[in-house]
Design a protein around this ligand. Structure first.
Ligand SMILES: N[C@@H](CCC(=O)N[C@@H](CS)C(=O)NCC(=O)O)C(=O)O
Length: 310
C-alpha cells in the first residue's frame, strides 16, 4: 500500500515553507498536520523519539527528519522536474550553505523586534518571551550571529545572489530550477514577512523577481489532519520502506545507536540501526502510541554514535 505524504509543520516556519514549496513543485498531494512552534510537542516526539525540529515528513510508519532528506524522498517519489539537474552539480552544496549559513543570517535579521512583531502570530510580550526562551534552549551552545554581524553578512549574501541572477538565468544555477533555489527561497520568504525589516531586500531587483517566481510555485493540494490521527496512522501502517545497512561505513545492522543533529536542536534519538548509506541513516524504535517507527535522517549534518545495547 502506498501511504499518504503527511507534513508536520506550522505556518511561520521557513524550513516548513521550503517543504511546502517542494511539495508544490513536485505536484504531490499531501496531508497537513499543524504542530506547536515551541516545546512541548508530545505527538512529534512520539513519532521521532526526540528530534523536535520542524518540519517532519511522515509516510505511514516512516518518519523523515530534515528537509535535505525530505527533498531526496520527494525526488524518488516524483522524479520530474528534478531537484538535482545534471546541469547544476553545485545544487546540493549551495543548498547546504543556504540551509546552514544563510538561514541564520536571515532568521537573526528577521527576528529583531520589529520583524518578530510582524512574523509571530500573536506577538504579546508573554508569547515573544516564551518564543525567545524556547529558541535560546534550542540553540544553546551554538555561536549564533549577532544582529550587527548578521545584517552585514546578509547584505553581502543578498548582493551576491542578486548578481548571480542578474546574469540572466531564470534560476540560481542556470536554466533549470534546483534544490538550491528552494533553500535560498525559504530564507528570503522569512525576511519578506518581517514587516519593515523586509526593506533589506529592496535594492535587489533580480533577486526579488526570482523570489516572486519561487513563491508562485505554491503549496499544491493538501488536506488537514489532526496530529493524533497521524500518530494512529503510523501505528496502523504495518511495515516500512525497505532499507539496508551498507558495509564499510563503520556500523553494523542491528546495532544500538543514537543519531543527533550536530548544529542545534541536538537531542539524540535512540534506536536500532536498520539503514545506512552515504545519503541517510535510519533507526528503528518503538513508541507506545506510534508503534514500530523507522526514523530517517540525512547523513550530512548528523552524528551516529554506538550505544550499549539495553
Ligand atoms: N536542517 C533542518 C532545520 C530545521 C529547522 O531549524 N527548523 C526550525 C523552524 S524553521 C525549527 O525546528 N525550530 C524549532 C521548532 O520548530 O521547534 C531542516 O532542513 O529541516
Amino acid at each position: 500500500m502506498r501511504h499518504e505524504l503527511i507534513l508536520h509543520h506550522y505556518p511561520m516556519s521557513p524550513f516548513a515553507e521550503k517543504a511546502r514549496l517542494l511539495l508544490g513543485a513536485k505536484g504531490l498531494a499531501w496531508r497537513s498536520v499543524i504542530i506547536p512552534s515551541v516545546m512541548p510537542k508530545p505527538d512529534v516526539l512520539a513519532l521521532t523519539g526526540g528530534y523536535r525540529k520542524t518540519p517532519l515528513l511522515q509516510i505511514g510508519a516512516d518518519v523523515y527528519c530534515d528537509t535535505a532528506l525530505m527533498a531526496r524522498v520527494l525526488e524518488a517519489r516524483q522524479p520530474t522536474p528534478s531537484l538535482y539537474p545534471a546541469s547544476a552539480p553545485l545544487a546540493a552544496p549551495l543548498a547546504q550553505w543556504a540551509d546552514y549559513t544563510l538561514f541564520w543570517l536571515a532568521a537573526t535579521v528577521a527576528m529583531q523586534p520589529a520583524g518578530a512583531a510582524a512574523i509571530l502570530p500573536n506577538p504579546t510580550p508573554e508569547t515573544v518571551k516564551a518564543f525567545r526562551s524556547d529558541r535560546a534552549a534550542f540553540t544553546a551552545g551554538m555561536a549564533r550571529p549577532t544582529l550587527a554581524d548578521a545584517t552585514v553578512q546578509l547584505q553581502a549574501a543578498l548582493a551576491a545572489l542578486d548578481a548571480q541572477l542578474a546574469r540572466g538565468t531564470p534560476w540560481l544555477l542556470g536554466a533549470e530550477r534546483s534544490i538550491a533555489d528552494f533553500s535560498v527561497a525559504h530564507c528570503l520568504w522569512f525576511v519578506r514577512r518581517a514587516g519593515p525589516v523586509a526593506e533589506i531586500l529592496a535594492p535587489h531587483a533580480a533577486l526579488n523577481a526570482w523570489l516572486d517566481s519561487m513563491l508562485a510555485i505554491g503549496h499544491g493540494t493538501h488536506q488537514d489532519l489532526a496530529s493524533s490521527e497521524a500518530v494512529a496512522m503510523a501505528a496502523a501502517a504495518g511495515g516500512h520502506a525497505p532499507t539496508t545497512v551498507q558495509p564499510g561505513l563503520g556500523f553494523e545492522p542491528g546495532q544500538a545507536v543514537t543519531v543527533a543533529a550536530v548544529d542545534y536542536g541536538t537531542d539524540p534519538v535512540a534506536g536500532t540501526l536498520v539503514g545506512l548509506g552515504p545519503e541517510s541513516v535510519t533507526i528503528a524504535r518503538r513508541d507506545e502510541r506510534a508503534g514500530a517507527v523507522h526514523v530517517h535522517f540525512p547523513r550530512q549534518g548528523f552524528q551516529i554514535r554506538k550505544e550499549q545495547s539495553a
